[in-house]
Ligand binder design. Sequence first.
Ligand code: SF4
Ligand code: SF4
Ligand code: SF4
Length: 367
Amino acid sequence: MGHIRKQMITLMTSARCNLACVYCSQRSFPALAPGDETIDIAFAEAGMRDFFASNPSRAIRFFGAGEPTLAFEVMKEVRDRARRLAGDALRVELQSNGLFSPEVADWVERHVDILWLSYDGPPEIQDRNRPTRGGGRSSGVVGENLRRFADSDRMQAGIRATVAPSDFPRIVEIVEHFHDLGLRRACLAPVYSSTANVRGERSLGLLEFARHFVRADEAARRMGMSLSTHLIVNFDEPVTGYCRACTPCPHLTTDGWVSCCDETPLGPDYLPGILQDLIYGRWEPEAKSIRYFPEALARIRARNTDNLRRGGCSGCDLIANCSGGCLPKNMFMTGDLFTPYPEWCEAVRYLASRLPRPQGLFPFLHS
Ligand code: SF4
Ligand code: SF4
Ligand code: SF4
């Protein structure tokens, strides 16, 4: 099972954002058309009905091309409709940039079971990487929200941190800062190559990140914390596919498309061409239903451990704990869904030789 056991429908409620992160991939997208900023509530409800009818999971997740809580009224309504559909079994995850008001925080405290806040480290790093839209500091409000939820009894709270290569040498200090805030779970990732972060060389810098991640992991274990990163999400047990994207679990975009992945938070008018392979459905407002694309579904489902073992990952002794790796990150580099990117393999191999595997079930699932 591995990370693929995180079965949830993702509702991308807002494509607008109140931050202006220096590495944000949305910066390279065309300007948003007015109707594409916020999800259609009827679309969200139709998606949840379809998902609950075909999957035993009763979990929903708020995320976005932008900051999901900027569509707060919509989010509240979608959660209430989900509760009517799923009953007491409903579980709610929110993945947010953490720049929200006390009013939103009160709602989060009452209704969210799993909270991931993006936060990059000590204030000078956070404020450099993740300034507000007006160029102000975000560390104060986000830090306050992190402290508020750090030791919540009913909620599992964690930090999602993006680490710039220039900060790799500070990775232990970053994790210690999270510990000082009271957080015990964090997922770290390097700044990935994307259309917004084009580099001169074709590199994701993964091996260098992996070297520093090992140091961070050692420090975290000493402090009683759990760390993760996309390269090791399946080091806990053998997998049938890399993650929920391969099932696929639906991700509903503000402009009315269904994709299988966080990195396709908008439809074809905005996405780089290669990522359009991850889209498999379209909201049809007049019919009030979602039309699914059978060929796209079949292609996505074919991205599983069995097929990769016969194809691009043939002969790899790590396949049971990797399964081809994160779809878009490899697709950006190799141009297709099934061809592994050697740099990804090198970094996974490095980590597999230094971290325990299989580790037994991880205490949390991110992304
Ligand atoms: S919070 Fe996310 S969407 Fe908003 S600017 Fe930062 S990276 Fe982009
Ligand atoms: S970005 Fe990677 S880990 Fe996240 S949903 Fe997509 S394929 Fe899965
Ligand atoms: S070949 Fe590479 S991408 Fe495929 S399973 Fe092995 S390490 Fe992962």
